[in-house]
Write a protein that binds this ligand. Sequence first.
Ligand code: SAM
Length: 229
Amino acid sequence: MGEGQTKIVLTADGSHSVRSSRFGVDYHSVHGAVQESQHVFIKMGLQFFLEKNPAQLRILEMGFGTGLNALLVSLIAERRPDIQFFYQSFEQYPLSSEVIDGLNYPAVLQVPPSKLESLHEAKWEEPTMLSDNFSFAKYQTEFPRKSTALIAEEWADIIFYDAFAPASQPELWGPEAMKECYRLLSDGGQLVTYCAKGQFKRDLKSVGFRVECPAGPPGKREMTRGLKD
Ligand SMILES: C[S@@+](CC[C@H](N)C(=O)[O-])C[C@H]1O[C@@H](n2cnc3c(N)ncnc32)[C@H](O)[C@@H]1O
């Protein structure tokens, strides 16, 4: 099956997700895409760092997809001109413009469509200043095989780990991938993800992470936070 059959689906909070024909799964929770991203990556992830009022924040995302997480961070950057945001994201299989143009995130979040468009129109492999305090780079490449050459050791304050679930992509949730995430995080850094599988959490621990299990988004009891102390 190919990218051509990938299509938009509606989730319970009224926001769109995408059904991947390649992997046979959706990009977000059926209970709500925006709700899930806001909870897992912003509230239970980025918020901790925002409260420390840092001069800069470096965010690394595994799985750019629809650009929803990057959009949410770019909107936070508008409200926090005191922080320089650096956002880098990996995406092996970019979505087609037909799918991207149909996404309702700007309407749901009540922001101009240009906010999402600018993320998708940004050149691949080229860091771009999308505003005075939001630097954005996306790499059309395979994580973790190619990340070593692109991102410096200990670059990230936080990793948004948003691969498809272990049932679809087991290789992205095992010790090798987690070892690479540990290498990419700075001391005091965190990885956050929606996944709460036992084996995944054991693998996080085995490569050095301290593991926490905050409450998950609606429809999910728990999520996972890996800390590099
Ligand atoms: C769960 S979806 C991402 C959701 C995305 N953050 C969003 O809000 O739309 C997983 C994404 O990871 C991408 N992907 C899968 N395997 C990958 C790999 N090895 N390296 C980079 N990206 C990958 C998929 O193409 C897909 O866009």
